[in-house]
Write a new protein. Structure first.
Length: 483
């Protein structure tokens, strides 16, 4: 216990310190009043803070927050408005106000039932996300399929609810960050990067169209990593396969329960008015009569061994059309029927559940060359992307192209992508075609590519079929009558 003398000393000390404490309180209140008076508004004052913008809390002198001003709710609303305006200016959303859910056409224009259902499903997913932004939404599809419209519609819906969203094209985002390093920049890099990565809703358009420098990849990883760890809602649009995305980012995009991937199969909306069922590159409409039921077998000009070979070829093609997987290569002499079988596969697969591209190799290279022209309506990267990513690619007459280094390089890029992505591919070539070793090595991989040589002679050299039709029969797919 304290002695009477100690208690008396403490009482005296408290009396001596009181004037100092009172002076300190008065000083803090005086400086606070001065600060609050500087924020007096000329408009009708807020009933809570009387226009000062800050409030004083009733706290004891010993409280660590004693004397500290607290932002009034009216100022919090102003701060949120300023943040929204700043992000809106960076986003350029004022120019994209027409892109809303009401102006989107989920039924498309002249689309098949498969495409309409797919587009409607993605539209519904985007609309649900806009109502309750949670996790990540990845919209993947080709050029002009509507993914950017849906992404902007999400941003406009959120902003209409007076919440904050930041929409930016990925190359522009990187330019915004680079601009902060300039001597005349009014915003520091740290300030701008912090504003972007902490945005309540971040929408990144066209991921994969940026120049993949080490700096760009590092900044994007930092951005994605922060938002992943903070569980911040994010929307990403891309026309890339996920295999092309930085593995560190891809792993975060693929987490079940947090990230949802929605792929849009619909073709370019800007091509409405043309037959959207066929690619502009595809020659398939010219081969619409080349089907399995028009393929003639059991030819009288062939011996039994060659006829059996032809029957095996059509059986192989028919089975492949039922379930297009891996690669199928038909070789043989000119006119032996390999192009007919390749076209029959394409016509059979095309229902149209997935895009099918049937093209001769020389024509394909001509299309790519034409895309470099300043008058081309389709940029090269869009043309090349369509070719290498189409669901089923049928390349007719490989080896008849001019074997320039450029042509070889383009074919290798297409082959290499489809080889590693395991995309269904059908190829025809002459038996003795001169194929570059880099391409040949993929064609010889039996785990990926099935090779079949048709030994039958050319149909064009066969006897006139009109007088011998009874000795021929048309191939019928009795096991597939329901198709």
């Amino acid at each position: 216990m304290n002695s009477i003398a100690d208690i008396a000393k403490n009482i005296q000390k408290s009396k001596n310190d009181r004037p100092h404490q009172v002076a300190l309180v008065r000083s803090q209140k005086s400086s606070l009043d001065i600060m609050l008076s500087q924020h007096t508004s000329d408009d009708e004052p807020c009933p809570n803070c009387l226009g000062r913008g800050y409030l004083r809390r009733d706290l004891p002198v010993t409280h660590p927050d004693f004397g500290k001003p607290v932002l009034c709710d009216c100022r919090k609303s102003d701060s949120k408005t300023r943040q929204l305006d700043a992000l809106r200016n960076l986003s350029s959303l004022d120019e994209l106000g027409r892109f809303t859910f009401d102006t989107f056409q989920p039924e498309g224009f002249g689309l098949s039932e498969f495409y309409r259902k797919n587009l409607q499903r993605v539209y519904n997913a985007a609309h649900m996300f806009a109502k309750n932004p949670y996790g990540w939404l990845i919209l993947r599809g080709g050029y002009g399929c509507g993914k950017t419209h849906l992404a902007v519609a999400i941003a406009n819906h959120v902003i209409a609810q007076e919440d904050v969203a930041y929409f930016v094209v990925v190359p522009d985002l990187l330019d915004h960050l680079r601009a902060t390093f300039g001597p005349n920049s009014a915003t520091s890099y740290d300030e701008r990067f912090e504003k972007i990565r902490t945005a309540p809703l971040l929408i990144l358009d066209d991921l994969g169209t940026h120049s993949p420098t080490s700096w760009a990849e590092e900044k994007l990883f930092q951005l994605f990593n922060y938002r992943y760890n903070a569980q911040l809602p994010t929307v990403v649009t891309t026309n890339c396969e996920l295999e092309q995305v930085d593995p560190r980012v891809r792993s975060r995009m693929s987490e079940d329960g947090f990230s949802q991937l929605q792929k849009i199969h619909a073709p370019d909306f800007r091509q409405s008015g043309v037959n959207s069922n066929y690619s502009q590159l595809s020659s398939l409409p010219l081969y619409n009569k080349k089907r399995f039921d028009t393929f003639l077998v059991d030819r009288s000009d062939l011996d039994r061994k060659q006829n059996d070979n032809l029957k095996r070829a059509i059986s192989l093609a028919s089975n492949y059309a039922d379930s297009p997987e891996n690669w199928l290569l038909f070789s043989g002499s000119y006119g032996c029927g390999k192009t007919h079988l390749a076209a029959a596969i394409a016509n059979d697969v095309f229902t149209p559940h997935e895009p099918v591209l049937f093209v001769t190799v020389p024509d394909l290279l001509d299309y790519l060359r034409a895309a470099f022209s300043p008058n081309s309506l389709t940029p090269y990267d869009k043309r090349f992307e369509e070719i290498r990513t189409t669901h089923l690619l049928v390349l007719d007459d490989l080896g008849t192209e001019s074997a320039t280094p450029w042509a070889t390089e383009k074919l290798y890029q297409i082959f290499n992508y489809r080889y590693h992505a395991n995309k269904p591919t059908v190829i025809t070539m002459a038996t003795n075609a001169n194929i570059h070793p880099r391409l040949k090595s993929m064609l010889l991989d039996r785990s990926t590519c099935t090779v079949f040589e048709i030994t039958a002679a050319s149909y064009r050299g066969a006897p006139d079929n009109t007088t011998e039709m009874p000795r021929f029969f048309k191939y019928k797919r009795s096991f597939n009558s329901s198709r």
